[in-house]
Design a binder for this molecule. Structure first.
Ligand SMILES: NC(=O)c1ccc[n+]([C@@H]2O[C@H](COP(=O)([O-])OP(=O)(O)OC[C@H]3O[C@@H](n4cnc5c(N)ncnc54)[C@H](OP(=O)(O)O)[C@@H]3O)[C@@H](O)[C@H]2O)c1
Length: 416
């Protein structure tokens, strides 16, 4: 069964009589004039039907989140080799069929660009048949990347089928900076790389506009790990140049959403003004009515490693392995230090007992211009935690608080 309809400003502002709680009460437009979304969205990078992808716990968490009022789900054609979309589709269909939810209450975001697993098979099959996709970049035997508009639309169609919906709310070109990395690897001059890159994205936007016109899609955009990076980074993606591409396609375009990492260590979208853009990414997005979704709030990349910005959920004293116990003790100490640091700057009442994850979510969700923070809450406890964070008092100066925390973390790193 394909569910009809899509989320609108009107359909997402109706508070069901039985619906209470902060995920329902605290919502804001995904983009100017767009559907209202909860301040925290459900990230589905690692969910699916196998225990390795957290099943069945992840399904219960998703259902619980939807019932509590989380109404934004972020997925991708490559998450769990398509299983993430299938699981979301099945969960949504069950809730719609028993009339717990309506399709138009929920905003579905998916993405395309990666050729992995079954999608890699498809791209390779086309090569064997002598009708290869255009703009394919090969990064190894199990990871290719493709920016052919025909491929992007093929993926949109498969995404709609797996999610079981006639119309997707948002479809994003997924990490297109892979094209810039491929050019850099092949020593192609940066100026040509950037010119080809934005020309290729413009072709993708044109194809996505046709899907909007056909009623298969409401809005499109780009998700990029390098959105807002300074322009000395060869893989940097500029929001202003993306807006220019969409404008060239149509003055009435549906380029409405971007997505990028944002956490206490990766702050480019809020803090750094790139050479191309006078404003930082969030400010520029707000001025243009474009919504910004933040991802990886707790998974901060630093110096090629990962820092988890949560309290450990395992007690170190229960771990037998010496090295693991020491690692957990260090993590516990670091998380307590970071909580103390944040509380020096968050001085309004209500935050005295907040945990690290709640402090991280609060400082991000209240950034001016941010629509929602995507969180990998594949366990029910994580949904409860995000709900507690959403209910904490609004941080009116969240941008200053984040800048202060970031600067102090930098200080600690330099001192070590
Ligand atoms: N380029 C892109 O488009 C892109 C890139 C990255 C992410 N995303 C999207 O953004 C979503 C969020 O990113 P993410 O899942 O990578 O990272 P995240 O939200 O920062 O979560 C990282 C991990 O933290 C743990 N966690 C989550 N909530 C917690 C809580 N309340 N307390 C303690 N631990 C918690 C979970 O680990 P365990 O499950 O292992 O316990 C989770 O996998 C993704 O699911 C995806 O939808 C998009």
């Amino acid at each position: 069964m394909n569910l009809t309809g899509f989320a609108t400003a009107e359909s997402t502002s109706r508070l069901g009589e039985r619906r209470q709680g902060v995920f329902h009460e605290r919502r804001r437009p995904l983009y100017e004039g767009g559907p209202l979304v909860s301040l925290v969205g459900f990230g589905t990078y690692r969910i699916g039907f196998s225990p390795g992808l957290g099943h069945p716990e992840c399904r219960e968490a998703l259902e619980y989140a939807l019932l509590r009022g989380v109404n934004l789900i972020d997925t991708s054609t490559n998450y769990g080799n398509g299983q993430s979309e299938l699981l979301i589709g099945q969960t949504l269909a069950a809730l719609v069929s028993n009339q717990t939810l309506a399709r138009d209450n929920v905003v579905l975001v998916s993405k395309a660009g990666y050729a992995q697993g079954n999608t890699l098979e498809l791209v390779q099959q086309r090569e064997r048949e002598g009708r290869p996709f255009d703009s394919v970049f090969k990064f190894g035997s199990d990871l290719w990347y493709c920016l052919d508009p025909e491929f992007i639309i093929d993926q949109l169609e498969r995404s709609r089928a797996r999610l079981g919906v006639q119309c997707l709310d948002v479809f994003l070109v997924h990490n297109p900076e892979y094209m810039l990395k491929a050019y850099e690897h092949n020593n192609i001059p940066l100026e040509k790389a950037r010119s080809d890159f934005y020309a290729q994205l413009q072709k993708c936007f044109l194809a996505l506009e046709k899907s909007v016109a056909a009623g298969h899609l409401r809005a499109y955009g780009v998700s990029s790990n390098t959105l807002g990076s300074t322009s000395d980074d060869p893989a940097a993606v500029s929001l202003q140049l993306l807006i220019d591409c969409a404008q060239r396609v149509s003055a009435q375009n549906s380029f409405r959403v971007v997505q990028c990492p944002l956490n206490w260590i990766e702050v480019n979208p809020v803090a750094i003004e790139s050479a191309d853009d006078e404003d930082n990414t969030l400010t520029l997005a707000r001025k243009n009515g474009i919504g910004v979704l933040a991802n990886r709030p707790f998974n901060a990349m630093h110096d090629g490693g990962l820092i988890r910005l949560t309290r450990p959920t395992v007690d170190a004293s229960t771990v037998a392995d010496d090295a693991q116990r020491k690692g957990l003790q260090n993590w516990t100490r670091l998380s307590r230090d970071m909580e103390r640091l944040a509380k020096e700057y968050i001085t309004i009442p209500g935050y005295e007992d907040a945990s690290l994850s709640q402090l991280v979510l609060s400082t991000l969700m209240w950034q001016p211009g941010l629509s929602s923070v995507l969180c990998g809450m594949r366990k029910k406890d994580y949904v409860v935690d995000a709900e507690t964070a959403t209910g904490l008092p609004m941080l009116v100066n969240a941008d200053q608080i984040l800048a202060q925390i970031y600067q102090d973390l930098e200080f600690h790193k330099d001192a070590n």
